[in-house]
Design a protein around this ligand. Sequence first.
Ligand code: SAH
Length: 394
Amino acid sequence: MAGLVIAPKARIFHGHDWVYGTEVRTVFGNPKPGDVVLLKDQRDHYLGSAMYNPQSQIIARRFSRRKQDLDRDFFARRIAQAITLRERLLPGEAMRRVVWSESDGLPGLIVDQYADVLVVQTLTMAMYLRLGLIRDILCDLFRPRSIIVRNDSPMLAAEGIEPATYVAVGEEPAPFVGTARGIRFCVDLATGQKTGLYLDQMQNYADVAKLAAGRRVLDCFSNQGGFGLACALAGAAHVTSVDISEEAIAAVRRNAELNGVSIEAIAENAFDFLKRESDAVRNGADPKWDLIILDPPSFTRNKKSLAGALRGYKEIHLRALQMLPVGGILSTFCCSHHASDALFRETIANAAVDGHCTLRLLRRHGQSPDHPVLLNIPETEYLKGYTYELVPGR
Ligand code: SAH
């Protein structure tokens, strides 16, 4: 069987499951992209089975410490384990991520469940080549109404996979109403659109909403309204949602109606919105919101654009702080892999220095439990968030 001999000091010897091209001593047996390879150290000790793709910087991803093929039994077992975990962590939830890549021992496979519709992504060549098998197993396990393959991630290019989005099983689902953590959402999974919900934020909707009763809430970068809806349902005095996308704002309005709550939904660039509103407060206007949520997109895809991204993060934090009254609350999230937790916190701290205010930590946030974090693979932890309270008089 084909395999790789791994150079000493590679990250795999420190618990990681990835092998970078620079960490390989020799390749033997002429493996093809997407093949299963054996990993060995220089003394011929066996390190496990991995999926191989020389087109990617990550040339191999270990999926088992034993000799293991990517066969039907393997997929059926791992996917069943992933479902069992979700049942334990999120019992009865109809909308959730059921398979998340490395975190479920299935590198590159993502399966999101929206009631009886599944959305599948394959981000590694090995998974991509086995889509037919994966589809059959998902059909056996879920009996879904439809399966949509949505391979549209910018990460595909690095693996040499052609982007494609199509209906693999059943028919293209018309928009339908689904419930996630007690919130009703209109789910539109049409293959022509960027899809779905931010399932990784679901837990945080509930956690932030616990602070919302009686408060006036501003949800910036709201997308389809998750935070704002949860806050409105939890008794917020008023909710304003801002997103640059007209479509997202239309969805916020639809979702507010579905849940019987009222939300002021504004389609605008949040930078412009925050600038205008914070200038008004600095010029003496009364603060309009007591709880501000910031959940921007990742402003950076690589290390090069990080400095610019951090300037953007700092600006929105400073403006939000300037708009809050004493005792006001800021909940802020960062989903960028490149902006570390420490950098993110430093950025918030810098904004607080410029805004002459003191922040007290109320809560830390992470990704929802259907996106499990593995200690040995730090890349599985990407979403971080903090809720701070503006402390009076310092
Ligand atoms: N909070 C959302 C997820 C936010 S994703 C949720 O939990 O569902 C980021 C959102 O920011 C997207 O909806 C995108 O349309 C929006 N966005 C991107 N740039 C923006 C900008 N400059 N101003 C306002 N919204 C923006």
